[in-house]
Design a binder for this molecule. Structure first.
Ligand code: ATP
Ligand code: MG
Length: 563
């Protein structure tokens, strides 16, 4: 897992591939696939698998297929297929012309099943699902053989054909592999291979009423596509002998190597399509692309970049044991990327009026302000200064404690790219007692940001001109759950939803350069954080999502103090 700068990552999967290349096991080929079931939107866990599979293909000059593993008609849809295609592409990966569907293999899979029956390696079993479960045995007890296990090959063939033809009700019969009811590996105790399911499939409609089980369809789809390394998550480790059994018994030409790695778990969120569907279905979030969701589409809307997500996936590496990755690491990767590329602009989220009493009414000055202090190539824009400004409400205190360095009665501060201003007075709302306006004077000699007499200020504040700035709505997002592991303890994880995961600020003011910004464009609001123009923006109504705050609690953890 260790990675030194400049060298490609290495891990136990890549070592395995190196070994297979050395022994010429697959004739020098490396072929992987990413095989999602289109029954939900992709999440950041899938991104780990995508980066791994496509990353390996790129590194070894091999290929990576995108395959819809669509063998269960319930819950699958074209909407999900389209979202998967969009998300994998957005992450930056290309499958060229190799977009495949397991549902395109139904006829071949059926013929493979027929072959198993003919060779006495599969039989039609007429027990109910409950009976099959009861007879499976436990880890310590062997299973019981089905009374249908020794049905003649001819009878099973006939029944299987009639299952396909639609003669039986759902659940009346299944096809089972004849392996070993006493196997210590329960997966091998005559697993079900085909079941009857009269649910229309989003691609094959009513053409099929029997559907292959995952373990059967997956290994054969891999083999049909001549995959060399079938990379999957750890929960399939017990299924590997079955994967190999089907391929060996069917004597297929291409026998891929299944390799398991630990799935990604991320704190303060959930990576399970089923549970994410529930959040969407119950209206607990605004949709799959709610910016708090761990989905790729949610992260895209939030303003995360594909580069940041790829960097995150590279940093976490792949391992053989399960662990939970701190959400702060993902946020760290997002900040690291945006720090490089996001233009700096000024926005005031909770505005407080500041009147510069000695600045001429109607006068306007334009300050040329760079978009990025370290990157002059990003250019600059003009920022208008006038008599009435807005600053952040929290940057002023009427009765400041000792260590408050910002604006307060009698205190002087610098305005970013502008003058020094000094607070002379302030007005309060007589009813609420809230400070509503601060009166300042400016020092015309400090236009450069420095005082000719060398006097210093403790703080530099961001600000916008009242007349020139634009109104905006800003949506502040926080973690979706308020505990690191929402699945722990309580049965209903929705009880752990963070009630403060979204705060909407409706009266923000942003600098006018943001007027024409496109949905999806990202900025650093100086001193506040990174923000992304949301698709809800319309002409005259700007909406921004907070991508991340500026402060990075992970940096301290990630790089322990030197010395
Ligand atoms: P979920 O548990 O969210 O329903 P899944 O495994 O059922 O996910 P699939 O569509 O079958 O979803 O997943 C496609 C691929 O992505 C599989 O190879 C799977 O192993 C991988 N994958 C899914 N979740 C994760 C995760 N959290 N970390 C790494 N890989 C994952
Ligand atoms: Mg799955």
């Amino acid at each position: 897992m260790a990675q030194t700068e400049g060298s490609p990552p290495t891990d136990f999967i890549r070592e395995r591939i190196d070994e297979d290349l050395k022994t010429n096991r697959y004739g020098g080929r490396v072929a992987t696939r990413f095989p999602p079931e289109p029954n939900g939107y992709l999440h950041i866990g899938h991104a780990k698998s995508i980066c791994l599979n496509f990353g390996i293909a790129a590194q070894y000059r091999g290929t990576c297929n995108l395959r819809m593993d669509d063998t269960d008609p319930s819950g699958e849809s074209q909407e999900y297929v389209s979202s998967i295609i969009q998300d994998v592409r957005w992450l930056g990966f290309d499958w060229e012309d190799r977009l495949y569907y397991a549902s395109d293999y139904y006829e071949r899979l059926y013929q493979f099943a027929v072959q198993l029956i003919k060779e006495g390696k599969a039989y039609v079993c007429s027990l109910s699902a409950d009976e099959i479960r009861e007879q499976r045995g436990t880890l310590t007890e062997p299973g019981k053989e089905s009374p249908y296990r020794n049905r003649s090959m001819e009878e099973s063939l006939d029944l299987f054909a009639r299952m396909r033809a639609g003669e039986f009700k759902d659940g009346a019969h299944v096809l089972r592999a004849k392996i070993d009811m006493a196997s210590p590996n329960i997966t091998l105790r005559d697993p079900v291979v085909y079941r009857i399911k009269r649910t229309p499939h989003y691609r094959t409609g009513n053409q099929w009423c029997i559907f292959p089980m995952y373990d059967f369809a997956h290994c054969l789809s891999d083999s049909i596509e001549r995959i060399t390394h079938s990379i999957c998550t750890l929960e399939f480790e017990n299924n590997r002998p079955l994967y190999d059994w089907f391929l060996d018994e069917l004597k297929v030409e291409d026998h891929p190597q299944q390799i398991e790695f630990a799935r990604l778990n991320l704190s303060y969120t959930l990576l399970s399509k089923r549970r994410l569907i529930e959040l969407v279905g119950r209206g607990l979030v605004s949709g799959w692309d709610d910016p708090r969701m761990p989905t790729i589409t949610g992260m895209r809307r939030r303003g995360y970049t594909p580069e940041a997500i790829r960097a995150f996936c590279e940093r976490i590496g792949v391992a053989k044991n399960d662990s939970v990755v701190d959400m702060a690491l993902l946020e760290h990767c997002v900040r690291e990327d945006l720090n490089e590329r996001a233009p700096r602009v000024m926005a005031v989220l909770r505005p407080l009026r500041v009147v510069i009493d000695n600045y001429l009414e109607g006068q306007v000055e334009e300050f040329d302000s760079p978009y990025h202090p370290q990157n002059p190539e990003m250019g600059s824009r003009k920022v208008s200064f006038s008599r009435t400004l807005y600053i952040e409400r929290e940057d002023f205190m009427e009765n400041p404690p000792k260590k408050f360095y910002r604006l307060a009665p009698g205190k002087e501060v610098r305005l970013r790219y502008g003058y020094f201003i000094k607070c002379m007075a302030y007005d309060k709302d007589p009813v609420t007692g809230e400070v509503v306006e601060v009166h300042c004077t400016y020092d015309p000699e400090t236009r450069s940001g420095f005082a000719p007499d060398g006097r210093k200020v403790d703080a530099t504040l961001h600000w916008v001109s009242a007349d020139h700035s634009l109104p905006a709505e800003v949506r502040l997002y926080d973690r979706l759950f308020s505990v690191p592991n929402p699945l722990e303890e309580r049965s209903d994880h929705t009880e752990y939803l963070n009630p403060n995961s979204l705060e909407i600020l409706k009266s923000c003011r942003v600098e006018p350069s943001l007027a024409g910004s496109a949905p999806g464009s990202r900025f650093q609001f100086e001193r506040i954080g990174y923000f992304c123009n949301d698709k809800d923006s319309s002409p005259g109504r700007l909406v921004f999502n907070r991508i991340a705050t500026l402060r990075d609690s992970w940096a301290k953890v990630a790089s322990p103090p030197k010395g």
